[in-house]
Design a protein around this ligand. Structure first.
Ligand SMILES: [Zn+2]
Length: 350
């Protein structure tokens, strides 16, 4: 097993953009001002990557996050004894490494008991499911996510098949390449059954792992119609999925049931479960504390207020979408700004 590369993995951003849709693909993603947003970044997160393929932040003993804008949504692993829970699978070319590293974090047992949670259906959080679901003792997603994930089978296969060339371009490690090539070969035979989580969640459910209670909550439509909050109650850690983008414009996906008002309701549902010590793993961007949730509420509320003001003045969507307001200053993923405004214009006009 090789150690991870000291150079950060510079995987092609197209792999992320491909899942964001045509509008997002039209412009380069700006580098966000991340450092100021990251509590753990400021204090220097414990790096824990010995012997692992990928670079992980140990956020507490037994809890690791893989935060990397170039490889899709943030993944997280919790271990207890020979059991592990993986949250989100990023892309197919990287999921083999997620699984291998999760096993190492659990002490490399011969019989790893692995569970999977998908925070929502988007392909940058589920693209590697085929490498995990068939090996998992349980795989959870909101009930609305399951058909949406299944519909992406062809894209997941294409993603797996383009993985090795992306890793070559980004000079990823030999071990990562080996795992990506294996995924590319196997992807020919993937079926919908391999990628669809088997344990649908309607509203709330709790899972036990060791001494930890992991509760899953769906607060209604927000970023999509199938967002789940993952709450590690004893450890006081939440993984918010894409209900929170840290230091970045959030992605408004009108084909997936996004609503700004529902998004705020979901964020308040998360805040209700957080205190000043809660560690927040967002869907994208660095690990932070609860203030990142408040910042996300300000963004979405700011959009609603400003777009409404422009509509009241009689301005057309084509004009409003070119605007930017204070709460948008300095954020990455600039190519998602117009999309967010469009969605809120439509929501407020309907
Ligand atoms: Zn998403």
């Amino acid at each position: 097993m090789t150690t991870h590369q000291s150079a950060p993995l510079q995987l092609d951003r197209r792999s992320f953009l491909a899942f964001l849709g045509a509008a997002a693909g039209s412009a380069a993603i700006a580098t966000p001002a991340l450092a100021k947003m990251s509590r753990l970044g400021e204090s220097g997160a414990l790096m824990s990557s010995e012997g692992m393929v990928l670079k992980w932040d140990q956020i507490k003993p037994g809890f690791h996050a893989m935060v990397d804008l170039n490889t899709g949504g943030n993944a997280m692993v919790m271990t207890s004894g020979s059991s592990a829970i993986l949250i989100d699978t990023k892309f197919a070319y990287i999921a083999g490494a997620l699984k291998q590293d999760a096993s190492l974090q659990a002490g490399d047992p011969t019989d790893l008991d692995l569970s999977l949670i998908n925070t929502h259906h988007h392909g940058d959080h589920t693209g590697g499911n085929a490498l995990i679901v068939p090996h998992a003792s349980a795989s959870y997603a909101h009930e609305n996510a399951i058909n949406r994930i299944t519909d992406q089978l062809d894209r997941f296969k294409q993603g797996a098949q383009s993985g090795p060339s992306q890793i070559r371009r980004s000079k990823g490690s030999d071990e990562l390449m080996k795992l990506a090539m294996k995924a590319a070969e196997e992807s020919e035979n993937w079926t919908a059954k391999d990628i669809a989580p088997r344990n649908p969640i309607k509203k709330s459910e709790s899972i036990s792992i060791g001494d930890e209670t992991v509760s899953l909550h769906h607060f209604g439509n927000g970023h999509t119609d199938n967002d789940l909050l993952v709450h590690f109650e004893n450890a006081n850690i939440v993984h918010t999925g894409d209900l929170v983008f840290n230091g970045l414009h959030p992605f408004f996906d009108q084909s997936a049931g996004v609503t700004a008002s529902g998004w705020i309701k979901s964020l308040n549902g998360i805040l209700d479960r957080c205190d000043k010590d809660t560690i927040v793993v967002p869907g994208h961007g660095p690990v932070a504390d609860r203030t990142v949730i408040e910042t996300q509420i300000s963004y979405v509320q700011g959009l609603l207020d400003n777009v409404q003001r422009q509509l009241d003045k009689g301005n057309a969507k084509a004009e409003i979408r070119t605007m930017s307001w204070d709460f948008m200053d300095g954020l990455g993923f600039e190519s998602l700004r117009e999309r967010a405004i469009d969605a809120v214009c439509d929501e407020l006009s309907s």
